[in-house]
Design a protein around this ligand. Structure first.
Ligand SMILES: NC(=O)c1ccc[n+]([C@@H]2O[C@H](COP(=O)([O-])OP(=O)(O)OC[C@H]3O[C@@H](n4cnc5c(N)ncnc54)[C@H](OP(=O)(O)O)[C@@H]3O)[C@@H](O)[C@H]2O)c1
Length: 300
């Protein structure tokens, strides 16, 4: 599929890493729907020779990297699998970006915003979010530590667009990776406002960011914050009126997880300036998740 840049048609060919993953799978389906020329990469990220072969074969203009270790059933896995986590998230990501730079290929990297936590200058409820210029202040989990390290190193590469994803949400309420699904299945949940990413709205934007050849760091969340309880109230209103839940404190949560989790607000104004139509997190939840769910159910 061509796109117009400086008045001339330019070829776009996307190579996606993370075929078997949640975000990588969604990206492939989106490219199909939009008629974007794409292929999946087959290399492990740390395999430089195989990456070079992938790039030579596909000749992409852009790589979307949604490959990385997130841990199963959750990021606590990374605490006890440190070398495997480094291999994919540090060695692998850096190798991919380095190989792409040598070939003049732009990498849109699905990174994480879970490298910040509320602090004195960014207090919970203050509305002051971390910006793209802020350096990570949360390395409480090994997963976050690898991601924070790589984000800082990647700032030196001019062929990278770093997308700080947070607590991703999709309209697929059966998907166990979906933040909504996760919190509806927990025995108890904390209740803390956070920045979050509605994938149905933001993944198409990531493809557009590639087409616009955007680089640098981007807070890749909907503007504003939403708390666990606010989401569960929407769930109760739109999905299951009989739904109930129990809250617990951060101290109580710490007894059932291994590594601490990050809670923060990211300042999404840079993304909003580039995409003025971007909805606030609560609007996006209604527009892309809860209202379509209710509409589909009522028309079934
Ligand atoms: N889901 C979240 O909560 C969340 C939040 C913020 C950011 N992110 C980031 O977004 C990215 C995608 O997340 P996701 O939820 O889609 O993850 P996912 O479902 O766990 O998928 C990860 C993908 O990465 C691949 N992979 C892992 N190690 C690899 C390696 N060394 N070389 C090549 N491929 C490798 C996996 O392939 P195999 O199955 O073959 O190993 C899989 O396709 C990750 O970098 C993650 O850190 C996710």
């Amino acid at each position: 599929m061509g796109f117009v840049q400086n008045g001339t048609e330019k070829r776009v060919k996307i190579l996606i890493y993370g075929r078997t993953g949640w975000i990588g799978g969604l990206l492939g389906r989106l490219c199909e729907e939009k008629g974007v020329d794409f292929a999946y990469g087959t290399a492990r990220l740390e395999d430089r020779a195989k990456l070079e072969a992938d790039l030579a074969e596909a000749e992409p203009t852009h790589v979307l990297n949604a490959a990385g270790v997130t841990g199963r059933p959750n990021v606590d896995w990374c605490e006890s699998h440190r070398v495997e986590t480094i291999r994919a998230n540090v060695v692998g990501t850096l190798t991919l970006v380095d190989v792409c730079r040598l070939r003049g290929v732009l990498v849109v990297n699905f990174a994480t915003g879970c490298i910040f936590e509320y602090d004195e200058s960014h207090k919970l409820g203050s509305g002051v979010g971390f910006t793209e210029d802020d350096s990570p202040n949360f390395v409480g989990s090994f997963y976050s530590k690898t991601k924070a390290t790589v984000e800082e190193l990647l700032r030196n590469y001019d062929n990278v667009c770093t997308l700080r994803v947070r607590m991703p949400i999709s309209s697929d309420l059966q998907n166990p990776r979906n933040f909504i699904t996760k919190i509806t299945r927990y025995d108890k949940v904390v209740d803390i406002p956070n920045s979050m990413t509605v994938l149905d709205e933001l993944l198409p934007i990531s493809i557009e960011m590639a087409r616009r050849n955007l680089t640098g760091v981007w807070n890749f969340t909907n503007p504003g914050v939403v708390s666990h309880n606010e989401i569960l109230e929407m769930y109760k209103e739109y999905v299951d009126p009989a739904f109930t839940w129990k809250n617990f404190t951060l101290e109580e949560q710490a007894t059932v997880i291994v590594a601490p989790r990050s809670n923060n607000e990211l300042d999404a104004s840079k993304l909003k300036a580039e995409f003025p139509e971007l909805l606030s997190i609560k609007e996006s939840l209604l527009r892309y998740v809860f209202q379509p769910y209710a509409k589909n159910r009522d028309s079934a």
